[in-house]
Design a protein around this ligand. Structure first.
Ligand code: IVH
Length: 676
């Protein structure tokens, strides 16, 4: 293995570890056993020891958030740490109260008092104090048995180490939530999806010094085992906690009546974006300890308490500003910058406003209080505006009619198909005149389906652009590497890797090349069609001279919209200059003419598992070049199942059952007389 290969192997392992961390910390679904995890980590550390040129900020030797071994001592909770049942609607609350009244055999008009406590979204912990001294601190664990994380908890300032108050019980487990404030999370947001994960990661560090680096807070709200606690109500307990030196939630309230619970819930939900800690609902507890005792527990949740959860897909926040983003094709997209808010575990700070019409229709303004929805993988958007909360000085948002980046007119084009003006306003500049459009074009140029330059992502495009290293696509192939080497975060080795990746991609197929130009309406499929039509780059480029655009309409799949767009591309001088420059640098391979009589005629393929050194996309195009087809599932129609690393067992078994030929990557390439 040469230096570059060693480096690659090293980075690959680190990336894998980070992926495992994600599953472990964020999804709570470990992908491998502790032993397997430790082995990979050991391999990385061993590599670093052996080759001192290896260095990565993501290495487990550097990172704070890496997985500690789960070797914390297990200790039984003297009183189990229960969980809470959830309520999502007023109806759920009505039922909750009804059941309580039935259980204690009281009439409808009996007044139940609740301690309503905002539910902090953190990690619960149980702290044992003996004669006022903090002795042991346990995590919740499975509720019955927790882990001894005393040393980590001891680093938290909010946790008193010694309590001298006379009325402090001689032996008590104080329970509460460990969490991280949103303002502190700001500095960690690159590493964790939300404050809760950051707190959890920090609490589980093997070395308390690492826990100390992340500023954790503690709020107390309950107790487990106790000896000498002489109180009658939860509200009295909360007051006492505060007297003893614990932090309690400033939004705790005593409330009676479902209507009042709902009112408080709505008020707190409105406050959410202004709080410096994440809450995901409100916990209601029967205030009277005597009643709590009578009610007892069902399974592992108390009958006397419930968590009234906020929606996991909606939240209320405030619009701080409205920005106009400019896309590769010049589309002006308004984006609302909102006060960050946790929606179902994801901290959201942007919401799309779609377009000008949408802003007008909903009369969305800067300063507005809005309900934001984040559903699935869709970009968060604004559902409604609370006009009662609108500041007096608020003004209507005026959508710019000029491109905010280059000042060109921004217009709504007439769509000849719908016979209407587009909803989207576009910058009318062409070629590489508009800076924002140019940056987006460059991002597209290096993207996965286009030039796919390894290690040359969006961030690098932005950085190199700012430094004026690149403006046109050809600049990517003419970089002054000695300047890059001097940049922060770069070194000899990373520059070497970059040179390698860029040089490797100088050889490109015509279809990828056409796609990478980012001509409007020419996506991957259309680029394929065009490449098959022109066969060679020179014929494609000649279009600018011969202007034989009408001919393109004969290509099945290419219509007037595409042709007009190609026409406008070729009528721009800077685009032609880019083509000429790239032609000098690149080897643009002719399209492979598809005979329908290839080696794989009437044959179908399916890939399962990870391939080595060849992408699925490349395998697919090899199959298609040879008149074969790829299909998406195992069936009688399948001829070959190509298996890579960790194939889906079900597919392999089923294929075998159907007596389908199962081959590996090498055998596949052999069929084509290629070696892997
Ligand atoms: S009381 C039986 N009070 O919610 C009582 N829990 O789903 C159980 N939580 O694991 C706990 N704020 O992490 C209680 N004021 C509060 C709370 C609270 C947050 C969390 C806690 C617990 C979970 C229960």
């Amino acid at each position: 293995m040469n230096k570059i290969e060693i480096q690659r192997n090293y980075i690959k392992k680190i990336k894998f570890i980070n992926k495992l961390n994600k599953f472990y910390y964020e999804k709570n679904k470990p992908k491998v056993t502790d032993k397997e995890y430790d082995d990979i980590k050991k391999e990385v550390l061993e590599l670093e020891r052996k080759y001192n040129f290896l260095d990565s900020k993501d290495s487990p030797s550097k990172i704070v958030g890496y997985r500690p071994s789960k070797n914390f001592k297990k200790i039984l909770h003297r009183v189990s740490m229960l969980s809470l049942s959830n309520a999502f609607s007023e109806n759920d609350l009505i039922n909750f109260e009804k059941k309580i009244l039935n259980f204690i055999s009281k009439e409808k008009d009996f007044k139940l008092f609740y301690s309503a406590e905002p539910k902090i979204d953190g990690i619960s912990a149980s702290l044992n104090y003996k004669n006022g001294e903090f002795k042991t601190g346990l995590s919740r664990g499975d509720g019955k048995e927790g882990e001894d994380i005393t040393n980590n908890l001891a680093t938290i300032k909010d946790i008193p180490k010694k309590i001298l108050s006379k009325d402090f019980p001689e032996d008590i487990d104080i329970r509460g939530e460990v969490f991280i404030q949103n303002s502190d999370f700001e500095n960690l947001k690159e590493k964790f999806a939300n404050p809760r994960n950051a707190a959890s990661g920090s609490l589980r560090q093997k070395n308390p010094q690492d826990t100390k680096k992340i500023p954790l807070k503690f709020i107390a709200y309950a107790f487990g085992f106790e000896k000498g606690l002489k109180l009658k109500k939860q509200s009295d307990y909360l007051k006492k906690l505060s007297n003893w030196g614990f932090k309690i939630n400033p939004l705790n309230r005593i409330i009676t009546g479902i209507k009042n619970l709902i009112e408080n819930y709505n008020e707190v939900e409105q406050q959410r974006a202004n709080l410096d800690f994440d809450i995901d609902g409100i916990v209601y507890k029967i205030d009277d300890f005597e009643l709590q005792k009578r009610l007892g527990n069902v399974a592992n949740a108390p009958r006397w308490a419930i968590a009234h959860k906020f929606s996991s897909s909606k939240a209320i926040s405030k619009i701080q500003s409205i920005e106009i983003q400019i896309g590769r094709t010049g589309a002006l997209t308004p984006v609302a910058k909102i006060k960050p808010i946790n929606i179902g575990g994801v901290v959201v700070s942007n919401a799309t406003l779609h377009n000008e019409d949408e802003i007008n229709r909903k009369d969305i303004r800067v300063g507005d209080t809005v309900t934001i929805e984040r559903a699935g993988d869709v970009i968060p958007h604004i559902l409604s505006v609370d006009k009662n909360k609108r500041p007096k000085e608020s003004v209507k948002f005026v959508f710019p009619e000029k491109c905010p980046s280059c000042g060109s007119q921004a217009i709504k084009e007439y769509n000849s198909v719908t016979k209407k003006n587009d909803a989207v306003r576009r910058c009318t500049s062409e070629g590489y005149y508009c800076d924002k459009i140019s940056i987006e074009k460059l991002k597209h140029f290096v993207s996965k389906e286009a030039f796919n330059i390894d290690g040359f992502g969006k961030k690098i495009v932005e950085n190199f652009w700012k430094l004026k290293f690149i403006k046109f696509p050809q600049d990517i192939f003419k970089l002054d590497y000695s300047k890059i080497e001097k940049l922060d975060g770069w070194g000899q080795l990373s520059v070497k890797n970059l040179i390698y990746s860029i040089n490797q991609k100088k050889n490109i197929s015509l279809e990828r090349f056409i796609y990478s130009l980012g001509i409007r309406h020419i996506g991957l499929e259309n680029a394929k069609l065009l490449s098959k039509h022109f066969i060679s780059f020179s014929k494609f480029k000649n279009l600018s001279i011969q202007s034989d655009y009408e001919d393109l309409l004969n290509i099945d799949g290419i219509g007037e919209t595409q042709v007009n767009s190609i026409k406008s591309f070729f009528s721009n001088k800077s685009n032609i200059r880019v083509l000429n420059e790239l032609e000098k640098i690149l080897i643009i391979n002719n399209a492979v003419q598809n005979s329908d009589n290839g080696l794989f005629k009437n044959k179908t393929f399916l890939v399962t598992g990870k391939l080595n050194g060849i992408s699925r996309a490349e395998v697919k195009s090899l199959i298609e070049e040879n008149s074969g087809k790829t299909i998406s599932s195992v069936s009688k129609k399948l001829n070959f199942l190509i298996i890579g690393e960790k194939p889906t067992k079900k597919k392999v078994d089923y294929a075998k059952q159907l007596k389908i030929k199962v081959i590996d990557q090498t055998e596949f390439l052999k069929m084509l007389n290629k070696s892997s």
